[in-house]
Design a protein around this ligand. Structure first.
Ligand SMILES: Cc1ncc(COP(=O)(O)O)c(C=O)c1O
Length: 392
């Protein structure tokens, strides 16, 4: 059982806001803020280099924390400035040739898809979108049927940006493993919301951000690369940290996943990320996931009873992102009117998930994303606010 009082005490803004925008940027708990501020203070007192030296053990421990969160090893983790760069480092490290195929899902994130398009343009590789099943999840049987020797990558978003869909990450992993195809999983919106076990999923690479459900600082993210694949991947760009300059005409790539990093970093943010991961692990990802689903379910039930609202979430067991539209109101108008009542929610534009949005003819969606630290009363406040709008 999560001690809701304690986690809300750790999150002072919950006293003022019904904060339901955790898929955008969640509220950081006090230990995260303390880690950030503490390191900035230290840098201002003794200088950035000395501060990093003094905190080197805690900075190293961040790799261990992220590894524990994913059931990985610390040397399989690279700390990055966001999920996009983490994903790009993995994707652009893979070699593609004319005729190679990249398999992806309907609700793939825009940043990933434009990278597919660029590589397709450069190399002649093709992008094939695996159809969804009747529930809206990636159809694993269709994926299996699409596999041939030209498939060089399966790259899928686990929890897409635009709603509650949770794609069948482990079923995809089983197929990828059976055929020996590299599997890159965008777990940006899954991490911090649900249990993540890279072995159980069977992914080879996984990217995520710090600021969303993990409750870390902005400008943080990480990449996991399975050790067996690591040695085969040359990062698309390197510096002398990733690959020390060992002779006038030679560099040697690091053996660990830090070959995807560069020398300079925001150490305060890294310590904040580590504190966020430790905070989540301390609560336990099982209870976090359970409560996220409970609150999201309560919200969906409430929205279903409001005239003019259509819930847009897909999948058999949607997660903590609740997406909807409301007749007569633009998504932005709803977001602004909720904000004026102290309720923070967000919106998702069709261009973020163009294939899914075109397939379903979606307008911009309202996106409400509760977290374990929210209360039932906050969910009911949003439902009440929308019901009042609907009855105007
Ligand atoms: C599914 C998905 N992948 C990746 C990203 C990019 O994450 P970041 O902004 O940390 O680069 C987002 C951000 O919204 C996302 O929703």
């Amino acid at each position: 059982m999560i001690d809701i009082g304690r986690v809300r005490d750790d999150t002072p803004a919950t006293a003022r806001l019904a904060y339901l925008h955790n898929a955008g940027a969640a509220l950081m708990p006090a230990p995260v803020v303390a880690a950030l501020k503490g390191h900035i203070d230290l840098e201002s007192e003794i200088g950035g280099y000395a501060a990093a030296d003094q905190e080197s053990e805690r900075l190293d421990a961040v790799y261990g924390s992220v590894a524990r969160l994913l059931n990985a090893a610390p040397d399989e983790i690279a700390l990055m400035e966001n999920a996009t760069v983490a994903w790009q480092m993995a994707f652009y490290a893979l070699p593609f040739c004319e005729g190679d195929r990249i398999l992806t899902a309907e609700a793939e994130y825009a940043a990933n898809y434009v990278a597919f398009l660029q590589v397709a343009k450069r190399t002649g590789a093709t992008i094939d979108v695996v159809p969804s099943d009747a529930s809206g999840e990636l159809d694993a049987h269709a994926l299996e049927r699409m596999i041939d020797e030209r498939v060089k990558l399966i790259a899928v978003t686990w929890v897409p940006t635009n709603g509650g869909l949770v794609n069948p990450a482990a079923a995809i992993g089983k197929i990828a493993r059976a055929h020996g195809i590299p599997y890159l999983l965008d777990a940006c919106q899954a991490v911090g919301q649900m249990e993540v076990d890279v072995d159980a999923i069977g992914c080879d690479m996984l990217s995520a951000t710090g600021r969303k459900f993990l409750r870390g600082p902005r400008g943080t993210g990480f990449l996991y690369v399975r050790r067996a694949l690591l040695q085969q991947l040359e990062p698309p760009m390197i510096d002398h940290f990733a690959a020390p300059w060992v002779a006038r005409d030679a560099y040697r790539l690091r053996d660990d996943a830090r070959r995807f990093e560069t020398w300079e970093n925001n150490y305060a943010a890294r310590l904040g990320l580590g504190a966020a991961v430790d905070y989540a692990l301390d609560i336990g990802m099982g209870p976090v996931e359970q409560r996220c689903r409970l609150l999201a379910g309560r919200l969906r039930d409430g929205l279903a009873s409001i005239r003019g609202i259509t819930i847009r979430d897909l999948g058999r067991a949607p997660g903590a992102i609740v997406s909807f539209t409301m007749e007569g109101y633009e998504a932005d108008t709803i977001v602004r009117s909720a904000a004026a009542s102290g309720i923070t929610i967000g919106a998702s534009d069709p261009s973020s998930t163009r294939i899914d949005a075109e397939h379903r003819a979606l307008p911009p969606l309202v996106r409400a994303s509760p977290h374990y630290y929210n209360t039932e009363a906050e969910i009911d406040r949003l439902i009440g606010h929308l019901a009042a709008l609907a009855s105007r």
